[in-house]
Design a protein around this ligand. Structure first.
Ligand SMILES: Cc1cc2nc3c(=O)[nH]c(=O)nc-3n(C[C@H](O)[C@H](O)[C@H](O)COP(=O)(O)O)c2cc1C
Length: 434
């Protein structure tokens, strides 16, 4: 299903709120998205642009799971199998994303949002970047972009991303930034797999995907995308990027980042822009969820792992909660080490037993309160490489202290036991209660 078919499905189910009042791309649209979370929103009229905008489409795992006809608990095996069984996409020549072609692009015509007071400019946040390296082939990832002229944006490129490696090697890269994508493309773009894997093949394994060759750059792009910005990113041409309220809902700093010069814009006739609210639930879902299969696999190599949640309370990036079936006293700490090795940006890991619901923060805290002793169950790793997103990490180096909390109960308890004791079973109907 395409992005627009999903929006239509939400309309048919009366699950998307259409806003007919004309809304500004500056602050107003972002404010409405935040206020309405997790409700999907369709902005039917934008003051500064002729295009509509949709947002908040996938704010939770249940939305993502329902789209693919699976249960939320099946997402990790689903993503794992898509990564392992990726397959080439069908190539077509006549694609909806190229119905309209602008060889002389003007970004001001697009509804690029300015999200928060203090942001350095209007930002594209849902852009999936497709590029190609002569040795590694195609790569897919997300890079936020701040507009600073009619055809230029500064692109945030976190060091050590595959895109960063490609750019350092090639000095300039032709790219196609695709906006208005279905969740298979979004989730695939957010996975971190070995260099050389074309993540579009992962998307195709989730749901079949047609590609078309871009008009002016040598990459294949999702045929059903709503908008495509084609152009070149230059390593040595830098421009200020930021400030920007990012994933942690705090303001990221200004950096000098590579410039993306847009040379052609293509789009559908009545294209619908995709707004991904920075720091919103949808952004968090797309950051954390595609990391979970990698963490699960690594933890499961050393202990019996049951589930992994990179939870929104930890900005869906800095915290990981792991549920294990504990077999030996060392399992909690082994799981902690494995999790840190597979998700290098993670700062705190919490390991719980199988009786704790990792999607319920009250239960995780209960496990901490009743099963954890700081001197015995904590792993502290000082001055480790952390995330650039963490405001508390050292500003330049991102060094941080990582802590693992083993919240599992001892296999053999001495003294009090660790089980939640059941209350008496009562049939409420006998008391006139339901
Ligand atoms: C919504 C969203 C926005 C992101 N924005 C950026 C960004 O601005 N810069 C960046 O370097 N990575 C960003 N990322 C992270 C990368 O796109 C992502 O981790 C990707 O898996 C890295 O790809 P790679 O494994 O090919 O290096 C973002 C991820 C998501 C889900």
């Amino acid at each position: 299903m395409s992005y627009r078919e999903y929006i239509q499905q939400l309309k048919d189910r009366k699950e998307i709120t259409g806003i007919k009042t004309s809304v500004s791309e500056t602050y107003e649209a972002a404010g409405i998205l935040k206020k309405c979370e997790p409700k999907p929103i369709l902005f039917e009229a934008i003051k500064e642009s002729g295009f509509k905008i949709a947002g908040n489409l996938f704010c939770g795992k249940q939305d993502f799971a329902r789209y693919f006809g699976i249960q939320p608990g099946q997402i990790i095996p689903f993503l794992t199998s898509a990564i392992e069984q990726r397959s080439p996409c069908e190539i077509i020549t006549d694609a909806p994303c190229q119905q309209v072609i602008h060889p002389d692009p003007d970004l001001d015509l697009l509804p690029i949002l300015k999200h928060c007071q203090g942001d350095g400019g209007n930002y594209i946040t849902a852009g999936v970047v497709v590029t190609r390296h002569p040795n590694y082939g195609q790569n897919l990832d997300f890079h936020r972009c701040m507009q600073f002229s009619k055809n230029e944006l500064s692109m945030r490129i976190v060091r050590s991303r595959h895109f960063d490696a490609f750019l350092k090697d090639q000095k300039q890269l032709d790219i196609a930034m695709c906006i208005g994508n279905a969740p298979n493309v979004l989730a695939a773009a957010a996975t971190s797999v070995e260099i050389g894997v074309d993540e579009l093949e992962i998307a195709n394994a989730m749901e079949s995907l047609q590609l078309v060759h871009a008009k002016t750059v040598d990459v294949f792009i999702p045929a059903e995308a709503e908008f495509v910005l084609e152009g070149t990113v230059y390593l040595d041409r830098k421009h200020a990027e930021g400030p920007f309220v990012d994933l942690t809902e705090t303001q990221d700093i200004v950096r000098q980042e590579p410039v993306f010069v847009v040379k052609t814009i293509t789009h559908r006739h009545d294209a619908i822009w995709q707004a991904l609210l920075p720091g919103g639930l949808e952004h968090k879902l797309l950051m954390g969820m595609p990391r979970e299969p990698t963490i699960f696999k690594t933890v499961n190599e050393v202990v019996k792992c049951l589930d992994v949640h990179v939870n929104p309370g930890g900005c869906s990036w800095l915290h990981t909660i792991i549920q294990i079936d504990k077999q030996s006293e060392e399992d909690g700490k082994l799981a902690i080490q494995a999790a840190f090795s597979s998700h290098r940006s993670c700062k705190h890991v919490f390991v719980v037993d199988k009786d704790i619901d990792i999607y319920n923060p009250l239960e995780v805290e209960w496990a901490m309160a009743t099963r954890f002793q700081g001197d015995r169950d904590m792993v502290i790793m000082d001055k480790e490489q952390g995330s650039s997103l963490d405001p508390s990490a050292e500003p330049d180096t991102h060094l941080t202290t990582k802590i693992g909390f083993d919240l599992t109960k001892p296999l053999h308890s001495v003294g009090k036991n660790f089980e939640k004791h059941p209350y008496p079973e009562i049939d409420l109907s006998q008391y006139g209660l339901t």
